[in-house]
Design a protein around this ligand. Structure first.
Ligand code: SF4
Length: 697
């Protein structure tokens, strides 16, 4: 009877970008249990293990229930909000006085609601004078953002999840959908067309095992492979000239570019023979509705933007876009990465505007009722540049909100040394025990998903509702209310006088979206989102919501001035750290399970989820490599790179090719090995390959 619910409400899940709808069962207004929503257009009654366990991390004993301040003895001691905010303001202002406003920066997240992201970005840049701020979405989605902006004229994933069910050929590039987006994989399984499922991935992932065709290309040969594929499609005449002529620009240059990528040359580079390449091209040609899907295998690469654009180019030249079951479709990572892409005020000025455009600054300022002179006329530094800025002494103060840099940043072992240089580090998080919190001078206790209101935007551009269904513990406050406190203590409350509640801010960001490709000014309020089961942007003022699942570019008109999509391409570049005699293996990293989320910060709190995944770090190694090195199943091995080493259990499996090793990203040690290289256009870290050695211990 203690857990017998007396009411039920609905909201979206707070882990991944799928954005599943959940029924939250309440007793006396507090969540006691949950079930997946059967009528939500995303998940149709399903949830993955993380979703089922979404309420458990709220109860963890290491929740931050009070602010903590590090004393002279180096220990973190509880303090009240007045002291925390006084110290926050004095220390950051003192740094800015001595070193200039840009000497304090922030690192945000794709995990808080859009209204909070907008508040953080506006407060930091317009209220506190910061120039530099970025989000952990740089680690997952920056590549797709850059690729879409250049190719389509706006960051606009064009699809709806219904496309999974309407394709007759689905091509997954660097995506292990089965476990990274398990509910979306279920949507694939609902496809009634007996589709060809093609996986292009060096590993024989769970998705590759279930596919009808798997192309285990050599790591980082993807750009050459896709250009070689385009070469065959063009030279066989398996393209759509009408579509190319009417809706695109730059095809002739692309055609010339890919002539060098002959089938023979592509086979040599990728390890996929010419016959197989032809078979893949022919499968795409024969498909009436071909959809292309990519995730982190593409994005987290030293040349990810051009790889993403190679995928876009193939979709464009075969006319596979804007129709049911088609598209060049990036599936995003975090629950609100899409909100961050538009409203975090980092890469874009709020609402997909441009910091460098004076008219955009004026427009945003007039909507917010502030002086346009408060808006920086430059884009701030990306995540890696902020970290470098700390290292070189330019950045002295850092405010980290709901992300775990000390675990997730590439070449993690450098972080300890670099964070030690900060004069003042503030960590705002629901737990006081994260790896990053261990470096903090001040910890601000934040409410979690389920303890506050707001909206998320999922991968298919669907705006979904998050609700307060549990009280935050102790003195913890919603991020929104923490930002209000900061504004008050900083002395810039008047700039945010109208930012009274998340729903009021939703109305503000709605106005910021008006006239932009992401225009959702047709959404009246939270109630309308709830009633509709989430609403995809765009939905313009007065527009009727006729279909709950909508895709973009059905009219063939893109967001560039001439309405045409662009073919963009470049020369493939060498892998950043190729294997050699000393470090002869290529380390691949990625998601290892659907039961854990990223750094396990929340999901490791669930005993159920812990049982679904090994607590001890493991390394996948091919049987012949293991035999040559005397490594036996479940024995301990040492994996070493030029930056660090770790001890892992050997998982001997032929799903990994010889010369390669796979270690999941969920473990704290994994990024001690990774090599800090970045895509030059998106500045996204290249987590997916570096050189390592392995030995039995
Ligand atoms: Fe759905 Fe993702 Fe939540 Fe799992 S984690 S229930 S797939 S939104």
């Amino acid at each position: 009877a203690k857990f017998q619910p007396d009411a039920t409400t609905t909201m979206v899940c707070g882990f991944c970008s799928t954005g599943c709808g959940l029924n939250i069962h309440l007793k006396e207004g507090r969540a006691v249990n949950l079930t997946p929503q059967t009528n939500y257009p995303v998940n149709l009654g399903m949830a993955c293990p993380k979703g089922w366990e979404a309420l458990t991390p709220l109860q963890a004993p290491d929740r931050a229930t009070t602010p903590y301040l590090r004393g002279k003895d180096g220990k973190l001691e509880p303090v009240d909000w007045n002291e925390a905010m006084t110290v926050f303001t004095e220390r950051f202002k003192d740094i800015q006085t001595r070193h200039g406003p840009a000497s304090v920066a922030f690192l945000g997240t794709g995990q808080i609601v859009t209204e909070e992201m907008a508040f953080l970005g506006a407060l930091a840049k317009f209220g506190m004078g910061m120039i530099h701020g970025d989000g952990n979405t740089r680690q997952c989605m920056a590549t797709a953002v850059t690729a879409y902006k250049e190719s389509f004229g706006f960051d606009a994933p064009p699809y709806t999840y219904r496309d999974f069910e309407e394709s007759d050929v689905l091509v997954f590039i660097g995506s292990n959908l089965c476990i990274a987006h398990p509910i979306l994989w279920q949507r694939v399984l609902r496809n009634p067309n007996q589709p060809e499922i093609i996986v292009i991935d060096p590993r024989k992932t769970e998705t590759a095992m279930a596919a009808t065709q798997h192309y285990p290309i050599r790591p980082k040969s993807d750009l050459t492979f896709l250009y070689g594929l385009a070469n065959i499609l063009i030279n066989q005449g398996w393209i759509n000239p009408d579509y190319i002529n009417q809706h695109t620009a730059g095809f002739e240059d692309f055609k010339k570019h890919v002539q060098a990528f002959t089938p023979e040359m592509t086979a040599e580079a990728s390890g996929i023979d010419v016959k197989q390449l032809h078979h893949l091209a022919e499968t795409i040609h024969q498909g009436k509705r071909v959809s292309f899907w990519w995730t982190m295998g593409v994005n987290q690469s030293h040349e990810g933007t051009r790889v993403a654009q190679a995928i876009i180019n193939i979709a464009l030249m075969t006319g596979n876009i804007g129709r049911p079951g088609t598209g060049a479709n990036s599936i995003t990572g975090q629950c609100n990465a899409m909100g961050s892409r538009l409203f975090s005020n980092t890469t874009n000025l709020l609402g997909g505007h441009d910091f460098k455009d004076a008219a955009d600054r004026e427009r945003v300022a007039s909507i917010l009722g502030i002086d346009a002179g408060l808006i920086p006329n430059q884009t701030g530094w990306a995540y890696d540049q902020i970290i470098d800025g700390i290292d070189t002494g330019t950045i002295k103060g850092l405010w980290v909100v709901a992300t775990n840099t000390a675990h997730s940043w590439i070449n993690q072992s450098s972080i300890q040394r670099i964070f030690a240089k900060l004069e003042f580090l503030v960590v705002q998080d629901m737990y006081h025990t994260t790896e990053t919190a261990q470096f903090a001078h001040l910890i601000l206790p934040a409410a979690a998903w389920g303890e506050k209101d707001g909206t998320f935007i999922n991968s298919e551009r669907r705006i979904g509702l998050v609700k307060k269904v549990a009280p935050a513990p102790g003195l913890a406050l919603s991020d929104f209310n923490i930002f209000k406190l900061v504004a008050a203590y900083w002395g810039c409350t008047e700039l945010f006088a109208q930012w009274r509640s998340p729903e009021v801010v939703f109305q503000i960001i709605k106005r910021l979206s008006h006239g932009q490709p992401c225009d959702f000014s047709g959404i009246l309020d939270y109630k309308m989102i709830d009633a509709a089961g989430g609403i995809q942007w765009p939905l313009q003022q007065e527009e009727k919501l006729l279909d709950s699942e909508r895709r973009l570019f059905g009219d063939g008109i893109f967001y560039h001035g001439d309405g045409k999509a662009r073919f963009i391409f470049g020369e493939p570049r060498e892998m950043s750290e190729p294997p050699d005699a000393e470090y002869p293996f290529i380390l691949l990293t990625g998601r290892g399970t659907s039961a854990q989320w990223h750094t396990q910060t929340r999901t490791a709190k669930s005993a159920v989820l812990r049982r679904l995944y090994p607590e001890s770090i493991y390394a996948e190694i091919n049987p012949s490599d293991a035999a040559r090195r005397g490594i036996t199943a479940s024995s301990w091995v040492e994996v070493t790179s030029r930056r660090g080493r770790l001890k892992a259990k050997a998982f001997i499996t032929s799903t990994i090719a010889t010369g390669q090793i796979f270690i999941p990203m969920h473990y704290a040690q994994t990024n001690q090995l990774t090599f800090p290289s970045f895509d030059p256009y998106s500045r996204q870290p290249s987590y997916k390959s570096c050189a390592v050695s392995i030995r039995a211990i």
